[in-house]
Design a protein around this ligand. Structure first.
Ligand code: AMP
Ligand code: MG
Length: 416
């Protein structure tokens, strides 16, 4: 472990491992169906009743006894009297006798005695009598009770992701609410006496707080429910007050700024003596200074990220996003990387893993190529907004010649 500031660097993997060890998912909660979308089920949902709940027609047509029309052909159609009409939603029990049929609509309950449906396309569409020119097999176009789900079947397994189809299935089996792994509540705080909120005009030496918005958006993108606690000046008391108040209502706190070596790096100054927080240097660029620990009781995890917007977002990607996904109960914590051919040479500091912003393209051949955008400067927000990926250059590599293969993390931050 590294004391405040100098000394050894921790690798990204070491820091990530220590951080993730201290993250636990919040307890499951019961949510209304639509609020469960995008979450993982925290229960096994067992169907109480079968689906379909009754035998019904799969087509608009005629419900028949298949034996009555077994020999039907275009040359010698079977002609049956139509003794009724059954619409979807019909609640009246019906039945047919030998040599009869009823007109039936898709989803309407099968009449007793009928064992097949002749689609209207195989008939002349008659209303009083119908002429049928193809024989249906027994059971044709009948949806059987329970052929989709039997009573007692597992509809949704424990840990299953709930997407649109699962929401539909839960509704179909009669579940209004479902126990899920909830979205962690993430509170984002920007620190810095130079910051003003968007909508205010920055005075001399001031700038608009981008990070609380950037980190709130990234938290939401990762699946969290997010709150901005706004801007806190570089003042120890003010910071502790805000963080202590927020720790009670958050599952995770994220601060930006105030963790480097400056004279007013108040986050580090205020928190490092609490004993539950540590401030370290991680062998990465950007994002070298990192703070992590817990606040309050039971401990709410706190990530203290550096203040440059690019450093903040890269730190978020590398450490906070996996933590949020862990809290959501997701099995895959990390973005899938791809390998791409570098279109331009890049340099990288020795001993630090560099995360460069890049534009990733798919070539016609199916492979990927990537071009760095903007310089390595971690204040370059516009280049960050143009980028669609991070190019990861390993700590041991100092020069990437054009044409070399590099590891790329597609971000897709602008996709949703
Ligand atoms: P710090 O990590 O507090 O030393 O800040 C590093 C740099 O990032 C400084 O130039 C800050 O002005 C800038 N910065 C800090 N917080 C923010 C923020 N919320 N939005 C935009 N820039 C910021
Ligand atoms: Mg600052």
């Amino acid at each position: 472990m590294t004391p405040h500031g100098g000394g050894d660097l921790r690798t990204v993997e070491e820091h990530l491992k220590l951080v993730l060890q201290r993250i636990a998912p919040p307890d499951p909660i019961e949510l209304a169906l639509l609020d469960a979308q995008g979450l993982l089920s925290a229960e096994e949902v067992v169907a109480a009743a079968p689906l379909p709940g009754f035998d019904n027609s799969a087509m608009d047509g005629y419900a028949v006894r298949s034996e009555d029309v077994a020999g039907a052909s275009a040359e010698q159609p079977a002609v049956l009297p139509v003794v009724g009409d059954i619409a979807a939603g019909s609640r009246v029990p019906t039945g047919i006798g030998r040599g009869m049929c009823v007109r039936i609509m898709t989803g309407a309950p099968m009449p007793a005695g009928a064992d097949a449906v002749v689609p209207v396309e195989w008939t002349d569409g008659g209303v009083a009598r119908v002429s049928i020119d193809r024989p249906p097999a027994p059971g044709a176009y009948v949806r059987r009770t329970g052929e989709d789900v039997q009573a007692g079947d597992t509809a949704i397994g424990l840990g299953a992701p709930i997407g649109p189809a699962q929401v539909g299935l839960l509704a179909a089996v009669g579940r209004e609410r479902v126990l899920v792994r909830p979205r962690p509540r993430v509170v984002v705080v920007s620190t810095g006496s130079e910051l003003v909120d968007v909508g205010q005009r920055p005075g001399p030496g001031e700038l608009i707080d981008a990070n609380s918005y950037l980190l709130a958006a990234a938290s939401r993108d990762a699946g969290a429910e997010v709150y901005r606690a706004g801007i806190v000046p570089d003042d120890r008391r003010a910071l502790l007050e805000v963080l202590e108040a927020q720790a009670n209502r958050a599952d995770l706190l994220v601060t930006s700024g105030g963790v480097s070596m400056g004279a007013y790096d108040v986050v580090k100054d205020a928190l490092r003596d609490l004993g539950t927080m540590e401030f370290v240097r991680v062998a990465m660029q950007p994002g070298m200074p990192q703070g992590f620990g817990t606040l309050g009781d039971p401990g709410t995890p706190v990530f203290c990220l550096p203040g440059n917007p690019v450093s903040a977002l890269v730190s978020f990607e590398v450490f906070v996003r996996p933590a949020i996904r862990l809290m959501l109960g997701k099995r895959r914590l990390f973005r899938r990387s791809v390998t791409a051919s570098a279109l331009e040479p890049m340099e990288s500091p020795a001993g630090r893993r560099q995360y460069r912003r890049g534009l990733l393209h798919r070539e016609e051949s199916g492979g990927y190529c990537v071009r760095p955008v903007g310089g390595p400067g971690s204040h370059l927000l516009a280049a960050l907004a143009q980028a669609n990926c991070l190019i990861v250059i390993d700590a041991a590599v100092t020069v990437v010649p054009a044409g070399d293969q590099v590891t790329v993390l597609p971000l897709l931050l602008s996709s949703a």
